[in-house]
Design a protein around this ligand. Structure first.
Ligand code: BGC
Length: 658
């Protein structure tokens, strides 16, 4: 059969023609990033590649475009940009012959110390879901399967393969699963990766609750589940994994799902051939969808100027201006303005193979901040070495992908910047009142010098064009478009996961998510804690005014319709992210939650009406006793503003008989 035949017919036709030996061989890999093929039926081994910020060198063996990392992608709050990113990485994956791209990575930022915070998107389930969907759609539009990872609650690296996370059903429903649900239901993801850890006593690779009940029965998933690399080793048996819903063990020939184990399980009656067929069918379905069964040649291109330009735009859209005293930024384009360029990250690169772990992309070039400042200067500024002699001092500080910092496999030990960076910033600020700190890192850091400096900008891990983007934003040739997708706590103890060893990193291989749904700003709001910078925060080079809030129940009473006016009252064009938070009358719920956002770019003086639609189901909370989502009557508080703490407009709406 061929591409033109109905999908399910093709899958069942092929299934009938496969022998038992061939079917069991398909459930494990052939090598590090390839599945087994079936030469007799011209099914080639299927290639997969990492990862969530571009095509990783270790799996693709090609240098490819390095885009900003996950947290930076999320800081853009820009769905159409991320759809374009998905299309670009889909093309690049295809150009290296991969049918499956191992990303996006959408675990919730439960602790700022997670070594993979830089790879993941956000602490907020709504933002996470809204941004994961366009990435997945973009990738799959290019005929490549997105593999959404890691299902579920893989929120720390410490002890990741032995850990059992104890998480309440309410927290799973409200915080940890919504983005995976959206990835499947709305994004239509063709593949999912099961996490290393166990959840409530069951390794994720053999969790019937996750892989069967949620993923397939509730969300209607029809694709395949692959184990995280070597994760299936810690499961109990081939039949338990397969029955729970695991389709494929990677890498190599497998430990549990190796052919011999599966053959024996079928022979012993521990697994029926029909059960095996179901799992193989899921895999064949994705092979058909990606063109793999038809051996369609790789399409798509990598390292195109358009992709590099996109990497730069994404970086600019992600840069988050945290502080800007007296509008020291953008730097006045005054001829001869003397800028001191300082700090350990000024000339350092971040993109190398496996640098940071499996997300490490090795691009053909990388523009460092120093190179970018030189390239974009265009004769406007004079660069000097000494902060004392400069009009403005810019210190480039941050973390790196060294193990123990922003890196897979190990968590950070503390929020502090490593080395003598705090001292350097203080020393600089002491001699130059116009000190600007540019932070290159993928997670919240402590800023003990915050009151002493004029400006702070998060540049995250900005990818191969990062230096140009930084220069353009500092010089005012582009706007800093980002907003924080995670809370920056003032102290580690303000983060709810860090109340005891029991809650992080766990004791005796068990970690308790005692904070339940009170993650990130939900906890800060509830506990009345002032964060260093709140979720959603990010300044602009212009000013915006919010007005005319309208809030009403839609005609069918199932949708809350909220709208407001936004006006650019400043002198420059710029973008604002209008954020909608809703507070529930249910006392046990977090005080407010993000329920909508709109990012718009407005010219000076331009005004636009912004519309938010909130399906009422979005206001329900999960009730463990009835194991269902419950709607509660009462007064709901509606806030529209510039961050979770910067409320510009408020209203109350009473929902009585809904
Ligand atoms: C990571 C995954 C990655 C896989 C393959 C694992 O260590 O957790 O995110 O896709 O390796 O490189």
């Amino acid at each position: 059969m061929s591409e033109s035949d109905p999908l399910e017919q093709r899958v069942s036709d092929l299934l009938q023609r496969l022998t038992l030996a061939e079917k069991v061989s398909l459930c494990a890999g052939k090598s590090l990033f390839k599945t087994q093929g079936v030469p007799r039926l011209s099914i080639a081994p299927m290639k997969m590649t990492d990862g969530p910020r571009g095509i990783a060198f270790h799996s693709a063996l090609h240098r490819c475009t390095a885009f900003p990392s996950g947290i930076a992608q999320a800081a853009s709050w820009n769905e159409s940009l991320l759809q374009g990113y998905g299309e670009a990485v889909g093309d690049e994956a295809s150009s290296v012959g991969a049918r499956v791209l191992l990303g996006p990575a959408i675990n919730i930022t439960r602790t700022p110390l997670n070594g993979r915070t830089f790879e993941y998107l956000s602490e907020d389930p709504y933002l996470n879901a809204r941004l994961a969907v366009p990435i997945i759609r973009g990738i799959q539009q290019r005929g490549v399967a997105a593999c959404v990872k890691h299902l579920a609650v893989n929120n720390q690296e410490t002890n990741r393969v032995r850990l059992d996370a104890k998480v309440s059903e309410q927290a799973l429903e409200e915080i940890y699963l919504p983005a995976f649900k959206a990835a499947v239901e709305t994004g239509g993801a063709w593949s999912v990766m099961a996490a290393y850890n166990a959840l409530n006593g069951f390794p994720c690779c053999e969790s019937e609750y996750l892989l069967q009940h949620k993923l397939r029965n509730e969300w209607g998933f029809r694709g395949f589940v692959v184990s995280d690399w070597f994760a299936a080793r810690r499961t109990s048996s081939a039949q338990a994994c397969l029955r729970a819903g695991l389709n494929l063990e990677m890498p190599g020939k497998g430990s549990r799902l190796k052919a011999r184990n599966l053959r024996n399980a079928v022979a012993a009656g521990q697994l029926t051939e029909a059960e095996l067929d179901g799992r193989v069918a899921d895999l064949l379905r994705v092979m058909a969808l990606t063109g793999h069964l038809d051996n369609t040649p790789s399409a798509g291109r990598r390292n195109t100027p358009a992709h590099q330009q996109l990497a730069r735009t994404m970086a600019e859209e992600s840069f988050t201006l945290l502080k800007n005293r007296d509008a020291v930024l953008p730097l006045a384009p005054r001829c001869g303005l003397r800028i001191a360029l300082l700090g350990p990250k000024l000339a350092s690169r971040n993109c190398f193979p496996l640098w940071g772990g499996s997300a490490g992309v090795w691009p053909p070039y990388e523009v460092t901040p120093l190179a970018g400042m030189r390239r974009e200067n265009k004769g406007r500024y004079t660069f000097v070495r000494s902060a004392e002699e400069a009009d403005v001092a810019v210190v480039f500080a941050g973390l790196s992908h060294r193990p123990g910092l922003d890196s897979e496999g190990v968590d950070r030990k503390a929020l502090a910047l490593p080395g003598a960076q705090d001292a350097l910033i203080r020393k600089t600020a002491a001699v130059n009142p116009n000190t600007v700190v540019v932070l290159l890192c993928g997670a919240p850091v402590a800023m003990p010098w915050l009151n002493e400096v004029a400006a702070v900008m998060m540049a995250w891990y900005p990818g191969m064009e990062g230096g140009s983007a930084i220069a353009r934003v500092l010089f005012g040739d582009a706007e800093p478009g980002g907003r924080l997708p995670v809370t920056f706590p003032a102290r580690l103890a303000d983060s709810p996961a860090h109340r005891s060893l029991r809650t992080f990193p766990g004791e005796n291989n068990v970690v308790h998510y005692d904070e339940a749904s009170f993650v990130g700003y939900r906890y800060a709001d509830y506990a009345g804690i002032a964060p260093l910078f709140p979720f959603g925060h990010g300044l602009t080079y212009t000013r915006f005014a919010f007005s005319d809030l309208l809030c009403e129940l839609g005609a069918d009473d199932e949708v809350l319709r909220i709208s407001c006016q936004l006006t650019n009252t400043g002198q420059r064009a710029g973008s604002e992210v209008a954020q909608l938070y809703i507070g529930s009358p249910v006392e046990s719920c977090p005080p407010q939650a993000l329920k909508g956002f709109v990012k718009v770019r407005l010219a000076p003086g331009e005004r636009r009406r912004l519309d938010f639609e909130v399906p009422l189901d979005q206001l329900a909370h999960y009730d463990e006793i009835s194991a269902s989502w419950v709607r509660t009557a009462g007064d709901y508080r509606v806030h529209v503003g510039r961050s979770s703490r910067d409320v510009q407009l408020s209203a109350a709406i009473s929902l009585d008989d809904w």
